[in-house]
Design a binder for this molecule. Structure first.
Ligand SMILES: [Ca+2]
Length: 446
């Protein structure tokens, strides 16, 4: 009997540990082997019923080229790492002393060939080229072809947009990132044939396009290095424009929930914003910020979803409804102080956490399973903070807190915790010698 139980657990635990049925922006996402997903600045290619996610492997935290990874998934939730799609080649523009960013793969039906485009650059970003690689299979490995400047002009941040089976476009930041250009590809997808649109002086990066009801929606960030900014959308009836003036895809104060666009995937009558939460001092720990894109207001907006699910077949998404607990209702300890301001949820928050200050929120209802908790906080420093969280006086778990861009601007960060079924006490800010962000509230999911 005992051995039977052990065998059963041995089979069950990996499934519980590694399969996930929700998307939690900002969490460390793991693949089906339990390793952190390394696919930054990524792009999605769908072939049949399989999604392929290409991205930058930054596991060594270097900005220099290590590999373009390839992950596959049937559902956008569970990802299996495959062979690397592109690996460095000494003495070329894709050596380990150069830059390969924002890889995007498309199927060229003319040649039945997969073609990957990427930002190909020198380590000082002075070369400013595009690179192209080709393969007979979606994950590759791809064969590097060449790097060059489209029409002799600079190309840095870029993406591909496939309009129909035979028509694709390069979207790229050109001319010292001042002018944003869209150029049609040739039928092989090996080169560009003509610039079809140019947004002069737009200073855009990190582009993507979703075509919806025959309207083209361009999504892009502005230029602020690794730091986030309010990402924008533009629309046009045709790829040759004219393009609308820019509009926000999220409240500008939150800087796109501290993320930058990487790819935009159609989903039913809406889409999915796929962004990166860059962490420049620890690039490999940068996380993925995917949110539903919703057009119900008539224009695209990010749905602020801390925990959500997607149904590929139905083309729909569902946002988990959590239970909120206000920090100001908690028990303050040490140097912690109560802040009052109508800008906070519930009118209050708790500050001076860490360095001896903490707050304990009691009667947090748990279900006895692992649960996602999000911490809503403000950090008006110019750099990241971190906080600790502990359940029922148990071990403290560190949680990173990016700067929020304002002392009354809140963001959420997720952490998965084991709550007991019934009431729990959650303590924030204990056992740390740095100052945590000001705590507005926590939300408990599941
Ligand atoms: Ca509050």
């Amino acid at each position: 009997m005992i051995s039977l139980v052990i065998v059963f657990l041995g089979c069950l635990l990996p499934l519980l540990a590694y399969s996930d049925n929700v998307i939690v922006p900002g969490a460390t996402w793991t693949d089906t082997s339990g390793n952190a997903i390394q696919a930054h600045g990524g792009g999605i290619l769908k072939v049949g019923d399989t999604f392929y996610w290409f991205g930058e492997d930054k596991a060594t935290n270097s900005g220099l080229f290590q590999a373009v990874s390839c992950y596959t998934s049937p559902d956008l939730l569970n990802w299996t790492r495959q062979v690397n799609a592109l690996v460095p080649i000494d003495g070329t523009m894709i050596s380990t002393s150069n830059i390969v960013e924002r890889p995007k793969g498309k199927l060229d039906v003319t040649n039945s060939e997969y073609v990957m485009w990427f930002h190909s650059d020198s380590s000082d970003y002075g070369a400013a080229m595009v690179g192209v690689a080709t393969s007979q299979t979606p994950c590759g490995p791809y064969t590097y072809q060449s790097s060059w400047r489209p029409f002799g002009a600079e190309s840095r941040d870029m993406s591909l947009f496939q309009d129909d089976a035979r028509t694709s476009y390069l979207l790229y930041a050109s001319d010292v990132n001042q002018n944003f250009k869209m150029a049609q590809l040739d039928t092989n997808y090996y080169n560009v044939t003509a610039v079809v649109s140019e947004l002069f002086g737009a200073t855009l990066e990190a582009p993507g396009i979703i075509k919806r009801n025959s309207v083209y929606y361009l999504f892009a960030s502005h230029t602020s290095g690794w730091a986030p900014n309010p990402n924008k959308w533009f629309s046009a009836q045709s790829m040759v424009g004219p393009w609308s003036s820019q509009s926000d895809i999220a409240p500008p104060a939150v800087n796109t929930y501290f993320s930058q666009n990487a790819y935009d995937l159609p989903l039913g009558s809406g889409g999915i914003y796929m962004g990166d939460r860059w962490r420049p001092d620890l690039l490999g720990s940068s996380t993925y910020m995917w949110f539903p894109l919703d057009w119900s207001s008539g224009s695209p907006k990010i749905v602020e979803a801390d925990v959500w699910n997607v149904d590929i077949d139905a083309g729909t998404y569902s946002v988990a409804q959590g239970v909120g607990y206000e920090a100001e209702q908690g028990l303050l300890s040490g140097a912690a102080v109560l802040f009052s301001n109508p800008a906070w949820s519930g009118g209050g928050a708790v500050g001076w956490l860490g360095n001896g200050g903490s707050v304990t929120i009691n009667n947090v209802q748990g279900n006895g399973l692992g649960q996602w908790i999000t911490i809503s906080y403000a950090n008006c420093d110019s750099s990241w903070r971190s906080t600790t969280v502990s359940v029922n006086s148990g071990p403290t778990v560190p949680v990173d807190q990016p700067n929020t861009g304002g002392c009354l601007v809140t963001l959420t960060v997720p952490v998965k915790l084991d709550l007991v079924a019934g009431p729990n006490s959650i303590t924030v800010g204990s056992n740390q010698t740095t100052y945590a962000g000001d705590l507005d509230k926590i939300m408990v999911y599941g």
